[in-house]
Design a protein around this ligand. Structure first.
Ligand SMILES: *[C@@H]1O[C@H](CO)[C@@H](O)[C@H](O)[C@H]1NC(C)=O
Ligand SMILES: *[C@@H]1O[C@H](CO)[C@@H](O)[C@H](O)[C@H]1NC(C)=O
Ligand SMILES: *[C@@H]1O[C@H](CO)[C@@H](O)[C@H](O)[C@H]1NC(C)=O
Ligand SMILES: *[C@@H]1O[C@H](CO)[C@@H](O)[C@H](O)[C@H]1NC(C)=O
Ligand SMILES: *[C@@H]1O[C@H](CO)[C@@H](O)[C@H](O)[C@H]1NC(C)=O
Ligand SMILES: *[C@@H]1O[C@H](CO)[C@@H](O)[C@H](O)[C@H]1NC(C)=O
Ligand SMILES: *[C@@H]1O[C@H](CO)[C@@H](O)[C@H](O)[C@H]1NC(C)=O
Ligand SMILES: *[C@@H]1O[C@H](CO)[C@@H](O)[C@H](O)[C@H]1NC(C)=O
Ligand SMILES: *[C@@H]1O[C@H](CO)[C@@H](O)[C@H](O)[C@H]1NC(C)=O
Ligand SMILES: *[C@@H]1O[C@H](CO)[C@@H](O)[C@H](O)[C@H]1NC(C)=O
Ligand SMILES: *[C@@H]1O[C@H](CO)[C@@H](O)[C@H](O)[C@H]1NC(C)=O
Ligand SMILES: *[C@@H]1O[C@H](CO)[C@@H](O)[C@H](O)[C@H]1NC(C)=O
Length: 479
């Protein structure tokens, strides 16, 4: 279609001149069709197609990848270059395109994304995604995708949307800076957002791009979310594809297509207990961008043990949960807080506090978390904060029998060298103050064996019997 349009324009223009020229041209066309087209594009776009005409020079320096650690080593080994390396596919999970033209009208969807949540309450989930149709992407060559190659989710349709362009073409916007296209799924859940952020951070390190200079392109159409701030803090900035629709064509020097959320190296599905490549750099990068001081290896101070209970409150953050009601909440939260306050109040070596994070800024949340030695919370995305605890600290995950099989935070604790402890009452129901206290006391006895703590129903102090201190890799598996 593209070729036809340009060819017919060429033909019309020439035909105004002489019939002879036209005949010569047609004859020549039969002889060297491809060659003619190539030159014609070059000439025409120079004088007729105006402002932002682009004649790409596909010669560019080869990107030097960083192949250190798992999984980057594997990604490096598993590289497929197509189309004179205009496209490179890694480990069959993501790809990078160079000198690529994005034709925005071929991304079809009901919404643009970035709406205020109150204006789109109860919208269907499918309205928050684009459909990528043929011609959406254009590369400066013919591409034939290997038959056995099938990428997950949106990446397969983006890949099969690719059509060629020749040397020159009009574009309405040119982006020279490295950009990473992200199709977020769960975008207001901090667990899933963190998995996406890590993926994109890892891509920056893999391609050796400074995260703070990399642009993010959301190719989903989600409304505004309270976690969007992570994307502008960790990277240069973000833009939504929907908002770029005013530009019919956009040229990107380097556009990286990030793998979908569930393919993240730190997602539950990978079942990892060991930190993947650049995991600690990722955590440090977040804390640095939020100006939170952090000393990962600081020893535990048993004369001032910081114990924290994360509480939960109903909060509207999701278009398909308009009441904001959360399902996992301590029924008797007030009572538990009172009881624990009482028990620890007279212990000068323990600083017990609690808070609701929903109302705090991310900076405030991170500042609190990073100071804590024992972090207690109900199973749920708030426990993502386990990533920001110092080494050898403890996460106590309040749970019920029903949720105990969910090891999201246990895995992250293990990666971050934090002890993890599932805490539930024997009958599998939600924890009471007594159960929680027992769990806390057990962990105190392991972290600070000489400490004494109070029991719940009297002011009598008890000396804890130190249990055998297990080493990190084993105690994280302890339930
Ligand atoms: C070309 O771009 C310049 C600056 O962006 C603009 O002022 C001008 O109107 C454009 N010309 C055409 C013919 O589009
Ligand atoms: C493309 O770029 C390379 C290196 O920058 C240069 O040597 C070459 O002449 C350029 N080709 C064209 C057609 O401009
Ligand atoms: C390629 O690398 C060389 C040396 O680092 C640099 O001088 C040159 O500008 C680079 N070319 C491009 C097209 O980036
Ligand atoms: C990859 O990153 C690591 C850690 O920053 C660095 O030590 C190493 O030199 C890098 N490798 C390459 C090939 O640049
Ligand atoms: C992008 O790079 C090209 C070639 O290096 C340059 O001519 C153009 O001005 C740059 N555009 C922007 C917006 O920086
Ligand atoms: C963490 O705990 C392990 C085992 O108890 C110990 O060997 C290590 O020194 C501790 N690390 C720090 C930084 O305190
Ligand atoms: C106790 O914790 C709170 C909340 O994190 C903190 O502001 C305070 O400084 C801590 N107090 C001591 C004595 O550590
Ligand atoms: C917490 O948030 C709610 C709703 O956003 C607001 O009404 C309330 O004032 C906030 N409370 C505090 C202590 O910031
Ligand atoms: C609390 O301790 C005091 C003395 O230390 C004692 O007199 C009192 O009976 C105790 N109260 C309870 C409820 O055990
Ligand atoms: C804490 O100490 C105060 C006075 O120092 C005392 O009245 C209170 O009973 C104590 N509470 C507990 C739970 O031991
Ligand atoms: C910790 O446990 C691992 C796995 O069981 C073992 O290989 C390692 O030697 C242990 N380390 C210490 C300090 O006991
Ligand atoms: C740690 O766990 C592994 C298997 O999970 C076991 O083989 C090993 O003996 C344990 N080590 C200690 C010190 O408990």
């Amino acid at each position: 279609m593209f070729i036809k349009r340009y060819y017919s324009k060429l033909f019309r223009r020439r035909s105004r001149r002489s019939i002879l020229l036209k005949l010569i041209l047609i004859t020549f066309c039969f002889g060297a069709f491809i060659q003619i087209n190539y030159n014609a594009f070059y000439l025409l776009s120079q004088d007729n197609y105006g402002n932002l005409t682009l004649c790409t020079n596909t010669t560019r320096n080869k990107t030097i990848l960083n192949c250190s650690g798992d999984p980057l080593k594997q990604w490096c080994k598993n590289e497929i270059n197509l189309c004179h390396s205009s496209i490179s596919i890694y480990n069959k999970i993501f790809f990078v395109t160079h000198s690529v033209i994005l034709q925005t009208k071929f991304a079809q969807g009901k919404r643009l994304g970035g709406e205020d949540i109150q204006t789109v309450l109860n919208q269907a989930e499918k309205d928050e995604y684009f459909q990528f149709n043929k011609e959406f992407l254009k590369l400066p060559c013919d591409i034939s995708i290997p038959k056995d190659l099938s990428l997950a989710n949106h990446l397969s349709s983006v890949l099969s949307s690719i059509t060629p362009y020749r040397t020159c073409m009009d574009v309405h916007l040119r982006i020279n800076e490295t950009t990473i296209a992200v199709n977020r799924q769960d975008y207001v859940n901090i667990y899933h957002t963190m998995t996406d952020l890590y993926t994109v951070y890892l891509l920056c390190r893999f391609f050796q791009r400074d995260p703070k200079s990399v642009r993010i392109l959301f190719v989903d159409a989600h409304p505004k979310g309270n976690l969007d701030i992570f994307w502008s803090k960790l990277f240069h900035s973000y833009t939504r594809l929907g908002q770029l629709k005013k530009y019919p064509t956009i040229f990107y020097q380097e556009l990286i297509w990030s793998q979908p959320q569930l393919n993240s190296e730190i997602d539950l599905q990978r079942d990892r207990r060991q930190a993947p490549s650049f995991f600690f750099d990722f955590r440090d990068h977040i804390l640095k961008q939020f100006n939170v001081p952090f000393e990962y290896k600081k020893p535990i101070d048993c004369n001032s043990l910081q114990i924290f209970l994360l509480c939960r409150r109903n909060y509207v953050a999701h278009p398909r949960n308009p009441t904001g009601k959360i399902t996992r909440q301590l029924q008797n939260e007030k009572q538990i807080i009172n009881d624990l306050n009482k028990v620890f109040a007279n212990n000068s070596k323990i600083n017990f506090t609690y808070n609701y994070y929903e109302n705090l800024t991310m900076e405030e949340q991170l500042k609190i978390t990073t100071q804590k030695d024992i972090f207690i919370g109900m199973h749920g995305a708030g426990l993502t904060h386990v990533l920001f605890l110092k080494t050898n600290r403890t996460l106590i995950e309040l749970t019920t029998a029903q949720w105990q099989s969910q090891i999201h935070y246990e895995l992250w604790a293990s990666m971050n060298h934090v002890h993890h402890h599932f805490c539930s009452s024997k009958d599998g129901s939600a924890a009471s103050a007594q159960t929680i206290l027992n769990c806390i006391n057990l962990k105190i006895s392991q972290m600070c064996p000489s400490m004494t703590v109070n029991s719940l129903h009297s002011n009598q102090t008890i000396k804890l019997t130190p249990t055998v201190s297990k080493n990190i890799s084993n105690s994280t598996i302890h339930r």
